[in-house]
Design a protein around this ligand. Structure first.
Ligand code: FCB
Length: 464
């Protein structure tokens, strides 16, 4: 396997790890925290007796107990020489019912302590404002399908960017708007469990407004910080390109690419929704109010892209709107990750090229990349070790492709591993382990995996 050195990426390249509040904090109802849609979703039994909502009915009530153990976790991060920590704020710790009037000082103080603890250890705090845990009180009013939620979000952005202002040099407005709207408001497999176009379309539009205006407010409040947002993306290819079916498959690939990879970035860049490639998106106009085109725009300092896999698609007459279907990796690949995702490092290269080709994308950070594998604990000389060589190979092969894009002029300036410690992987519960640090959920003990030591050596400038 290839040998790499961080200096090949340049001295101004930032390195880090990422997490999200609901996935690690626990303390779901402590110190005045309000209920979020993920609390409600995980606490509610599935109506379908054959299918649980969450793997083994697990939830994030305790998770990694990071709320109480953040200092030890940051000590470990420092031991591994990780210079940047990307984490998210839980809206309901700060405003338990989502509105300014419910302000909760204890929640506000927690994030001051967390940010200060990063700074004391020379770790730069990178803050995501919204990583999926909407206040349940807002969901009771329609959640993202209600335009009012976008206005409440702006109040929240305004407050946190003023409150933590100069301590945070880099802000991320949203985490993966496509993922949380499609999974939570169309397929119903994530919180809040809504389904269908009648929920999906208004949610898309209100989230797009939140992204645009939220970015502008953050920039106004923190002119010296970098303000951006993140997008999930998967490299899309047609299952075949030749002949009659190949042409139809190519059409499906274009539509999937528009939906998965362009839906939220293009309106931000002032290009509107990708209606030319996916005509049904014209329906979104139903939710427009005068002036919305301006509201959707935001001149971001950077974009964050989050990539895990590639999708192969095929034309299908049974899927209205998209007229295509994804061929599951499990059916076509010999080996996948624990999530059933294909390992396809070249995909990140193609995606970097795609995003760099948009006018006005000034800087790109990879804000999430990583993989879940079934880690095995072994005892060696009285010590617990986890030889997660597959994860090391995954990270190296993806980084190699990031470097390839960079050498070809793509303005990519940062990389965050998903994730620091194993955590609650949404509907998949605690089963998939993405961390470079292993968590024993019974004892809450942390064990650094070989990938964690590998990252440390890499960050310390060694050839690895
Ligand atoms: C991303 C999410 C993150 C985590 C990884 C595996 O889509 O942003 O919270 O679940 O996937």
């Amino acid at each position: 396997m290839l040998i790499m050195n961080k200096y090949e990426f340049g001295n101004d390249f930032i390195w880090g790890v990422a997490t999200a509040a609901y996935q690690i904090e626990g303390a779901w109802n402590e110190d005045g925290k309000g209920e979020s849609i993920w609390d409600r979703f995980t606490h509610t039994k599935s109506k379908n007796p054959f299918k649980e909502r969450i793997y083994q009915n697990q939830n994030g009530d305790v998770a990694c107990d990071h709320y109480h153990r953040y200092k030890e976790d940051l000590d470990l991060m420092k031991e591994l020489s990780i210079p940047n920590y990307r984490f998210s704020l839980s809206w309901t710790r700060i405003f338990p019912d989502g509105k300014l009037t419910s302000k909760n000082q204890k929640g506000i103080d927690f994030y001051h302590r967390l940010i200060d603890a990063c700074i004391e250890r020379n770790i730069t705090p990178n803050v995501t404002i919204y990583h999926w845990d909407l206040p349940q009180a807002l969901e009771d009013n329609g959640g993202w399908t209600n335009r009012d939620t976008y206005l409440r979000f702006l109040d929240y952005v305004d407050f946190v960017t003023k409150e933590y202002n100069d301590k945070v040099p880099r802000w991320f407005i949203l985490n993966e708007p496509f993922a949380f709207t499609v999974l939570g408001y169309f397929l119903g497999i994530h919180a809040p469990g809504r389904k269908g176009f009648a929920n999906f379309y208004p949610a898309i539009h209100h989230v797009t407004l939140a992204q645009g205006d939220g970015g502008k407010i953050a920039k106004k409040n923190c002119p010296n910080a970098e303000i951006g947002t993140t997008f999930s993306c998967s490299y899309i290819e047609p299952v075949s390109k030749d002949g009659f079916w190949g042409i139809l498959n190519q059409g499906a690939a274009i539509r999937f690419d528009a939906l998965l990879n362009s839906l939220f970035i293009e309106p931000m860049l002032g290009m509107g929704y990708p209606v030319d490639r996916l005509p049904s998106l014209k329906t979104l106009e139903k939710y427009y109010k005068e002036g919305d085109e301006e509201r959707m725009k935001f001149n971001a300092d950077f974009i964050g892209i989050q990539n895990y896999t590639r999708e192969l698609v095929q034309w299908s007459p049974f899927m209205p709107v998209i007229w295509g279907t994804i061929i599951e990796a499990k059916k076509r690949c010999e080996k996948t990750t624990e999530m059933g995702w294909e390992i396809y490092p070249e995909g990140i290269y193609h995606l970097l090229k795609k995003y760099a080709s948009y006018p006005n994308v000034k800087k790109i950070y990879i804000t999430e990349n990583g993989a879940a594998f079934p880690d095995q604990l072994v005892e060696e000389d009285g010590k617990i070790r986890i030889h997660d060589i597959e994860r090391i190979n995954f990270l190296k092969s993806y980084l190699e492709q990031v470097l390839r894009a960079k050498k070809e002029g793509v303005p990519v300036y940062g990389y965050f591993i998903w994730t620091f410690i194993d955590n609650f992987e949404w509907a998949e519960g605690y089963r998939p382990r993405f961390g470079i640090v292993y968590v024993d959920y019974q004892t809450q003990k942390r064990y650094v995996k070989d990938s964690g030591y590998w990252y440390r050596d890499f960050l310390e400038g060694k050839d690895v």
